[in-house]
Design a protein around this ligand. Sequence first.
Ligand code: FES
Length: 79
Amino acid sequence: MLGFDESYEICSCKKVSIEEIIVALEKEQNPTLSDIQDLTGAGTECRYCIFKEGDNGKMKKNIYCKDVLNKIKNERING
Ligand code: FES
């Protein structure tokens, strides 16, 4: 997804992969960032992995939970 293998660890604090987020959101009709946090724990510790604007880490992340969420939503709309 988005040029990353689905096994890519998007949240290093909680060790959550892109794939785990995809699977967790499968049953959600209108998934949100809160759903990602509630269902996987991603983004609930340092919170740098949620979205780019909130990344205050020294090493910026390459991809964020919000990117995955937007991609999933776009795929559902556009097939
Ligand atoms: S990297 Fe996701 S909460 Fe810290």
